[in-house]
Design a protein. Structure first.
Length: 492
């Protein structure tokens, strides 16, 4: 995975700045509450939602267990259908492949479908460095690109912007990228959408190369699937002569029957719709219909390393619905930019440190960007236990230990700044394995309870500054049980 954003501070520092931005917090609060309320109503319509959720989990887990077989099957099916498959071990290799393919067409402009994978590898920047202009066509991505901004949400990348800000961006920047915004543009949604439509139409009609990701790949046929709400993606997928799709290797589903499950759960979890307005599918190339050349770039970029982690690999089930972001109290207040990754929110807090490792200050801080309330797990349509993975990654940050990086087994060193936490955990481990010492400590804590401080000193002040310390009971449970029951099981 490409590095974190240049100069990006660790999550606590970035979040501290974000929560002071009252406009940002108002934009996020309004948007996330609206989306999650609509999602709850859409999900409630399905009596078998729990069964669909479990089915999605099982399909994804089965695919990940047999990923080697299904990747070969995808390659064979795509090749048989007239496409060309390329394998990219990391971001640099993927960028080199795509750049070469675009240059071979002789073009210097491409239109893009909204794609998390291409953002992950920094494709736009890599193309720009080679003199190739990449134009985002998703409305929210267009807003982000014109505003020289960064995405802050998986589903709604410009969620941190309000209508007035979008109008100003269109008015000031559209002319630099192509057709300018109409005179007298207001901030009404219809006018903003029409301005974007007119601006993009000339890009669609001129572009000869399109770049996409994919929501799913069907192994048995080599079919790729993109779901969207605007139709811009379909224009990118059908009008250009050459289509290049960059897709993470975990996006495979084995059969068409498996795809049916996700086409029910994804739209309801993401846009709160019963089905996506545009579901585009393509299999290789067909004479006289769609692009003449199709290239599939299968992207690893840390996914194989993640697959090697028995606890963390469940993050690869993610179907990028963003439901976890919309219910997360931390994301709602801090916004997406604080995560220093194209994958913000709870899923980003477990996915980015696994794809990139925990060597940087930003990535080491992400597993702590959560209250562990569990709301993210409750709404996840593929039942990713995000709190479990967060705790697992926190242990890795504090203690270090074995991991797989770039296909090699390594022994990670503990991250800096966690010496006190590490010492506390070791002390707790020792106490819990020595019952006599634990009992003595509990009794001492109860007898000195009047003298306990309300806040912790030193490094502990950061924890108790926003939490009440639990009050120690007058006597330990063991002593109470002995006194009231005489230590006999079943006493009344």
């Amino acid at each position: 995975m490409s590095g974190t954003y240049l100069g990006m501070p660790a999550f606590p520092e970035a979040a501290r700045t974000a929560v002071r931005d009252t406009t940002l917090r108002a934009n996020l609060r309004h948007a996330t509450h609206t989306i999650r309320d609509k999602r709850a109503r859409a999900v409630a319509e399905l009596a078998d939602w729990a069964a669909l959720r479990e089915a999605g989990k099982q399909i994804k887990d089965h695919t990940l267990r047999h990923l080697d077989r299904y990747l070969v099957q995808v390659e064979e099916a795509v090749t048989a259908a007239g496409g060309t498959v390329h394998w990219a071990a990391d971001a640099d290799e993927a960028n080199r492949i795509v750049t070469r393919l675009v240059k071979e067409t002789g073009e210097s402009e491409v239109v893009k479908v909204k794609s998390m994978a291409t953002q992950e590898i920094g494709l736009n920047e890599a193309l720009e460095a080679e003199g190739i202009h990449a134009y985002e066509t998703d409305l929210a991505e267009l807003i982000v690109q014109l505003g020289k901004d960064r995405p802050s949400h998986i589903l709604v990348p410009a969620i941190h912007r309000n209508r007035g800000e979008i109008r100003d961006i269109f008015t000031q920047e559209m002319g630099e990228w192509g057709r300018p915004a109409p005179d007298g543009l207001t901030d009404t949604p219809a006018e903003l959408a029409e301005a974007a439509r007119l601006h993009l139409r000339e890009k669609f009609l001129r572009a000869r190369v399109g770049i996409s990701g994919a929501n799913f790949m069907v192994a048995e046929t080599g079919t790729l699937v993109v779901v969207e709400s605007e139709g811009n993606g379909r224009m990118c997928l059908t009008l250009p002569e050459t289509l290049i799709s960059v897709v993470g290797i975990e996006k495979i589903v084995p059969t068409w029957r498996d795809l049916e499950v996700f086409l029910q759960t994804l739209p309801r979890s993401s846009t709160a719709e019963r089905m996506n307005p545009y579901t585009s599918m393509w299999t290789g190339t067909t004479d006289g219909d769609g692009p003449r050349a199709f290239h599939l770039v299968l992207l690893d970029n840390g996914r194989t390393d993640t697959l090697a982690d028995e606890v963390g690999r469940q993050a690869l089930r993610c179907i990028r619905c963003s439901a976890c972001l919309n219910v997360c109290p931390v994301y709602e207040r801090a916004g997406g930019h604080a995560y220093g990754s194209v994958y913000p929110g709870p899923i980003g807090a477990i996915l980015s440190p696994q794809l990139r490792g925990t060597g940087s200050e930003v990535d080491a801080s992400l597993p702590y960007a959560s209250s562990l309330c569990g709301a993210c797990y409750e709404v996840c349509p593929v039942a990713i236990d995000i709190p479990e993975v967060l705790v697992h990654l926190r242990e890795r940050v504090v203690q270090g230990g074995p991991a797989v990086r770039q296909g090699n087994k390594v022994l990670l060193k503990p991250a800096r700044g966690h010496a006190v936490e590490r010492a506390a955990m070791r002390a707790a481990q020792w106490a819990f394995t020595h019952p006599g010492a634990l009992r003595t400590g509990q009794r001492m804590a109860s007898r000195t309870r009047r003298f306990h401080p309300r806040t912790l000193p030193g490094p502990g002040r950061a924890w108790s500054g926003s939490r009440d310390l639990p009050e120690v009971p007058a006597e330990p449970f063991r002593d109470w049980w002995q006194r009231t029951h005489g230590g006999k099981d079943g006493a009344k």
